[in-house]
Design a protein around this ligand. Structure first.
Ligand code: SF4
Length: 256
């Protein structure tokens, strides 16, 4: 590898390689700027900021109303400074803003004020194996439930509900459970949860609870090791699939 010096590894990098090794090369090794940002990505990250702002205020003992959360969404969207956002599936800026208001309202209604927020955007670094650069991540949210159970939460927006299998095998949650261990939490006394805001016609917030075993964490480490090994050997190939429709590196890929 030449251009990009990789000093750490992350779930995003791992997921990108698993989705398409050539895209990984264009994005992380050749450092080619994306031709556009998908509206779904910009939308998801702006909603995420609105929810994060809500939790930050909650930690300070205050609360944000849905209209104030929408202000945060707007600022996050506008802070893209005109970066080329490309819309798909008939979405537009205004329809997404309306959807954002529906989602933050649904989130607001589902929030349980009895839950204690222990941390937000908690950074972790862990050495999975000697051959892989340090693994970095940020845990969206750490909660203490009224029943006294610590819960690690990943917040997401999605186009549809998740299946049981998707929850059970979600690699980001496995990475979070490893990160939680690195932060000193006892993995035997830890719940994991995906809080998913679905941007369907009637938006919903669904909480999916799950756990991870040592065997799943070991498998994750093995997977990361093999992916990193493939990266070091410059094993690049296009993996054409449904995700190509919205790939911001498609033009460069076509010349491969
Ligand atoms: S267009 Fe598809 S195959 Fe090409 S880099 Fe993007 S995701 Fe990979």
């Amino acid at each position: 590898m030449t251009e990009g010096t990789i000093t750490h590894f992350s779930y995003s990098q791992l997921n990108t390689y698993l989705m398409c090794p050539l895209r990984y090369k264009l994005q992380y090794v050749e450092l080619i700027q994306p031709a556009f940002t998908t509206a779904a990505l910009a939308f998801g990250s702006a909603v995420h900021e609105a929810v994060a702002a809500f939790y930050k205020q909650h930690l300070l003992g205050e609360s944000l109303r849905p209209d104030q959360m929408l202000d945060v969404y707007r600022q996050a969207w506008n802070s893209r400074n005109g970066a080329d956002v490309r819309f798909f599936n008939g979405d537009g800026e205004e329809s997404l803003r309306e959807k954002a208001l529906q989602l933050v309202t649904v989130f607001h209604q589902a929030f349980d004020p009895a839950v204690e927020v222990l941390g937000m955007e908690e950074f972790f670094e862990v050495r999975l194996t000697e051959s892989v650069p340090p693994f970095h991540g940020y845990i969206d949210l750490i909660e203490l439930t009224p029943q006294g159970r610590t819960t690690i939460v990943d917040l997401k927006t999605a186009g549809r509900k998740l299946t049981k299998a998707q929850v059970k095998t979600n690699l980001q949650l496995t990475a979070y459970s490893i990160g939680a261990q690195a932060l000193g939490f006892d993995s035997n006394d830890l719940s994991l949860r995906l809080d998913v805001l679905t941007k369907t016609k009637n938006p919903e917030m669904t909480r999916y609870e799950t756990t991870r075993t040592d065997q799943q964490r070991e498998r994750f480490t093995r997977l990361t090791k093999h992916v990193w090994n493939s990266i070091e050997r410059e094993c690049w190939f296009p993996r054409q699939d449904w995700h190509c429709q919205q790939c911001a590196w498609a033009e460069t890929c076509a010349k491969w």
